[in-house]
Ligand binder design. Structure first.
Ligand code: SF4
Length: 448
């Protein structure tokens, strides 16, 4: 049974030495209880405490890191079955399959896309990061892995049945933490030995959940922590059932043999690109850690990345921008001043319309804990006696001494009060309600 933070704290040394990376033993205990830290981060836990805490303190789904640097993919560490219970932790790593049959031009194209494909959406950079290299020929596996690493720095999944071939390809790149795919009933001991020797993660694969759990138990017994599961789902129904059962077993029953992130290969499930996107979306929506596609067509990758982002944002924490003054279209001291809230969607909607207007402008973003204009106004956060001190302290009057401030049309009712709060020299103007009307409004403003 899971222990509370307080129960765990009682078993810790209570010296607050910080060596675990947390400021106090209590902070460490709370992270352990939430499954966000590992007991062996504290070097001073006694053997008795370890025996008592051991299993209870490990996260129900282990954290696994594949790759290194900017392209590293972190998966696992999940603690809930449903997003609204808390949040999902790590967006799945999207990737592409590269095989030994592909010609050079195709491989170059895919690696080029992996290197360059990046979408910025509401302040987050979204991109595919994984190259899954499948080659029966050990020399080709090693060569393609090295190429994917040097050309794209991709997080690698190395696919071959033979432990020797996996070792030869992974050893020169072991610092990049490639995922060895896959240990099966036939080769488990040999692949596990390579993973242990090189210190890299490995996948285990079986054609039923029962057999997968048996292999998972072997991984637990061997104290292998960086493991990824492939239940070999063949149909959409299997994907839904397998991913859900694995997640339920790990979270609800703390069933350690299935307490690892998963990998899915929609690229192998159909030849129809649109159907593949549908399969991939089910993997994304239903807990998969890594999802491998057959190509990187932006028309399918972009929606999958957006879907991931939507599912994996923290529902208790609105996405927000930093408070500050954002210059758009190279404004001067005569440019208009707009003020709005730091809800990311508000910022990106307003800033993109200002940008589209081609009118230089200063956009003042006020911290209201990520709420939209009307919500923040209703909560008493985007009101005259809060906006006035923000504007005065922001320094906007030095950048645009005309001090004419445009507020969103939705809070027109605060204009008089804000005028009073700001005092002499300032002028409050009421802007438009809808962002789509901003370009016309700004062009008229500039013409006057
Ligand atoms: S390393 Fe151990 S003793 Fe030190 S602060 Fe962390 S939990 Fe406490």
């Amino acid at each position: 049974m899971a222990l509370s933070g307080l129960q765990i704290f009682k078993l810790l040394p209570k010296t607050n030495c910080k060596e675990c990376g947390f400021p106090t033993c209590m902070a460490f205990a709370m992270q352990l209880a939430a499954g966000k830290a590992e007991l062996d981060q504290c070097p001073y836990v006694t053997e008795e405490a370890k025996a008592e805490l051991g299993a209870a303190s490990a996260p129900p789904i282990r954290k696994v890191i594949i790759g290194a640097g900017d392209m590293a993919v972190t998966v696992g560490e999940e603690t809930v079955l449903y997003r609204h219970e808390k949040r999902f932790e790590h967006m799945p790593g999207l990737g592409v399959l590269i095989t030994e049959d592909m010609d050079d031009a195709t491989v170059d194209k895919l690696l080029g896309q992996l290197k360059d494909m990046e979408f910025n959406y509401v302040g987050q950079n979204l991109r595919p990061r994984v190259a899954a290299i499948r080659a029966a020929d050990p020399a080709k596996l090693a060569a393609l892995a090295a190429r994917a690493d040097s050309a794209a720095g991709a997080a690698l999944v190395l696919i071959n049945d033979d432990a020797g071939a996996l070792k030869a390809a992974a050893e020169p790149l072991k610092d990049k933490k490639p995922l060895l795919y896959a240990a099966t009933e036939e080769n488990f001991d040999a692949v596990a030995a390579v993973a242990g020797e090189l210190g890299v993660p490995m996948a285990i694969k079986a054609d039923s959940l029962e057999k997968l759990a048996e292999l998972g138990q072997k991984a637990v017994d061997a104290d292998l922590k960086e493991v990824v599961l492939d239940p070999s789902s063949a149909t959409l129904g299997d994907v839904l059932m397998d991913q859900t059962l694995i997640r339920r077993a790990a979270i609800k029953q703390t069933f350690r043999p299935l307490g690892f992130p998963t990998i899915g290969f929609p690229c192998d499930m159909t030849d129809d690109p649109m159907l593949e996107a549908v399969y991939a979306s089910v993997f994304v929506a239903k807990y998969a850690g890594i999802v491998i596609l057959s190509d990187l067509d932006p028309a399918r990758v972009l929606p999958l990345l957006y879907l991931s982002q939507n599912i994996y944002t923290d529902p208790q924490k609105p996405m927000q921008m930093e408070q500050g003054i954002y210059p758009i279209n190279e404004p001067t001291e005569d440019s208009p001043i707009l003020v709005t809230t730091n809800f990311s969607l508000t910022y990106f909607t307003v800033s993109s319309e200002v940008e589209a207007s081609k009118v230089p402008a200063w956009l003042c973003i006020m911290d209201v804990e990520g709420q939209s204009v009307l919500t923040a106004w209703a909560a008493g956060k985007f009101v005259a006696d809060a906006i006035a001190p923000f504007l005065k302290k922001s320094g906007i009057d030095e950048k645009a001494p005309h001090k004419k401030v445009i507020i969103p049309g939705y809070v027109a009712q605060i204009s008089g009060e804000l005028d009073e709060e700001l005092g002499d020299g300032w002028e409050v103007q009421v802007g438009v309600r809808e962002a789509a009307d901003i370009p016309k409004f700004l062009r008229q403003w500039s013409a006057n």
